[in-house]
Design a protein around this ligand. Structure first.
Ligand code: PEP
Ligand code: MG
Length: 543
């Protein structure tokens, strides 16, 4: 048994086997692709290579163990040519526009399950074979030829570091938790872990030796326990059951209103990064979505998402939320969120660089495509548009001008759109200081406390070395929040918080007393915050 001390990202407990992840040894990721023909060709080439490998294995086995032992490779070769198996892969690539690795792995899983459920023992035994074949082809597609041993069971992922673009593409149903050596608690990878409600630790010295070992993440103490002894494991299993009981209790708050003891209705919304996160929003009964980080749609892809693809994503979210507010933030790419196809230059200081609204206003073809998709989707629900990294009134006026231009275009073509509220992220000290003027131009403010802390304290949120002094409770940050609320309210602008600080239960009462109207938090934090809102009396405020 070995215990490592790290820093916790989410206070949960998880138990499972470790998968050591390096850039060379990846899990099967789901990627959206556009060129389905090229993807099918990639598959055919990989299949041909797999077939050659199987022939070689057959010949080798024939020499070493004889006809009966070698027959299995012949069977594998035949299964690889099976029409149903190949049709399923082709169909998945074409209909779902996914990468070949994902289509092969999913088809392998489906067929293997189907075989395992057959009555005949012979076919049941083929279940493992079909998995073997799929794994072989996936390894070839990933450029790895050695027989690896990646399992299908959910794992605790151990990695040196994870970029947001890697995390967003992982199959989340296979993740029990993350441990990384690098990274900071305010990085987007950490935020994604919170959105997925997955226990995660940073600052753990990970190594390949951990691969395959049983482990526990204790998100309360910030510990990773590798190969816990029986007694400790049993005590963690009990703690996990207790956590589940607590969760059951919180679920009793589902359907209850977010109203303080003295009657103020608070908008309690959730943050999402993808369409798939909406299920968690509904399961946790949030009253809306206060931040959809739309840039993750761009990070999932290897080329710009088209207007139609974006429209479908925004429309699905708006329709699923059935009239509840869905605030979609326009592209906030740059800094730690990089997509190669944007061809952004390397910068010395990307957090203060060419990013977010700056790129959008500089490259209107990208911005207008997104705005058109957003406006079209607004006909199907209650969409709000939010602009990130604002530092001037002029930026807001320019963005609003594009919105008006696009509305005129849509009118001309008879394409419907709804009433959209427009708002800005308040995440730079400049935006706070000019919030009185900004409030005249928009319907709402949403405080991005992650960046606001970074820029106010001059502490890079990505820098793990500074994690201990990155203090969102700093009086300067709290005063900025108070000031923003005051200035917003003077102009009838509602004010929310969508940064991670909004989920800090030690500050919920303070925020409500400041007059904050909305809190948008990771889905798993909705019910704990609801519990506090319902027990809080605002009185005359008085922060
Ligand atoms: C923030 O800065 O607080 C915020 C919500 O935006 P992001 O974390 O995506 O930068
Ligand atoms: Mg931000």
């Amino acid at each position: 048994m070995k215990i490592y001390q790290g820093k916790s990202i989410l206070k949960g407990i998880t138990i499972g086997k470790i998968l050591y992840y390096s850039k060379e040894e990846q899990m099967v990721q789901r990627r959206s692709i556009t060129d389905t023909e090229a993807e099918w060709t990639r598959y055919e080439e990989a299949k041909e290579q797999a077939s050659k490998q199987l022939n070689a294995l057959y010949e080798k086995a024939l020499k070493e163990v004889g006809e009966t032992g070698a027959a299995i490779f012949e069977v594998h070769g035949m299964m690889l040519e099976d029409d149903d198996f190949n049709d399923s892969i082709k169909n998945m690539i074409e209909a779902q526009k996914v990468n070949a690795e994902y289509a092969v792995a999913s088809t392998g899983d489906n067929f293997s399950l189907m075989f395992s459920q057959m009555d005949d023992e012979y076919f049941q035994a083929r279940s493992a074979d079909i998995k073997d074949i799929a794994e072989r082809v996936v390894r070839i597609l990933q450029g790895k030829n050695a027989d690896g041993e990646l399992g299908d069971e959910p794992v605790i992922l151990a990695a040196k570091d994870l970029a947001p673009s890697e995390t967003v593409q992982m199959d989340k149903s296979k993740l029990l938790g993350f441990v990384t050596e690098l990274g900071s608690s305010n990085s987007h990878t950490a935020i994604l872990a919170r959105t997925m409600n997955i226990p995660a630790l940073i600052g753990i010295p990970v190594s390949e030796e951990m691969n395959g070992k049983m482990a526990v993440i204790d998100g309360v103490k910030g510990e990773l326990i590798v190969e816990p002894d029986e007694e400790l494991l049993a005590s963690y299993q009990e703690k996990k059951r207790e956590e589940e009981r607590q969760r059951e209790l919180l679920l009793q708050l589902k359907g209850k209103e977010d109203v303080t003891l003295d009657g103020k209705k608070i908008r309690l919304y959730a943050n999402i990064g993808s369409v798939g996160d909406v299920a968690r929003v509904l399961a946790n009964d949030a009253d809306g979505i206060g931040l959809f980080r739309s840039e993750f749609l761009y990070l999932e892809k290897d080329t710009f998402p088209t207007e139609e693809e974006q429209f479908q994503a925004y429309r699905t979210v708006a329709e699923t939320m059935a009239g509840k507010k869905v605030i979609i933030r326009t592209l906030d790419i740059g800094a730690d969120k990089q997509a190669d196809y944007f061809n952004l230059d390397h910068e010395e200081n990307p957090a203060m660089g060419y990013r977010a609204i700056r790129i959008c206003l500089d490259r209107p073809e990208i911005f207008k495509t997104q705005l058109r998709a957003l406006l079209r989707a607004s006909a199907y629900g209650n969409i709000g548009i939010m602009y990130p990294m604002i530092i001037s009134v002029n930026e807001v006026l320019q963005a609003k001008k594009y919105v008006e231009e696009i509305k005129a275009e849509l009118d001309e073509k008879g394409i419907p759109y709804g009433d959209v509220e427009q708002g800005v992220m308040i995440e730079t000290p400049a935006a706070v200081m000019i919030s009185a003027q900004l409030a005249r131009e928009v319907d709402f403010f949403s405080l991005g406390t992650n960046d606001l802390t970074q820029y106010t304290l001059a502490i890079d949120r990505q820098n793990a070395k500074l994690d201990n002094i990155y203090d969102s409770h700093h009086p300067a940050v709290l005063e900025m929040i108070r000031m923003t609320v005051e200035n917003g309210h003077k102009e009838n602008c509602w004010v929310g918080i969508c940064g991670e600080l909004g989920a800090d239960t030690t500050l919920t009462e303070t925020f409500l007393k400041m007059g904050v109207d909305e809190l948008s938090v990771s889905p798993g934090s909705v019910l704990p915050i609801r519990e506090i809102i319902r027990k809080t009396k605002i009185g005359d405020g008085g922060f």
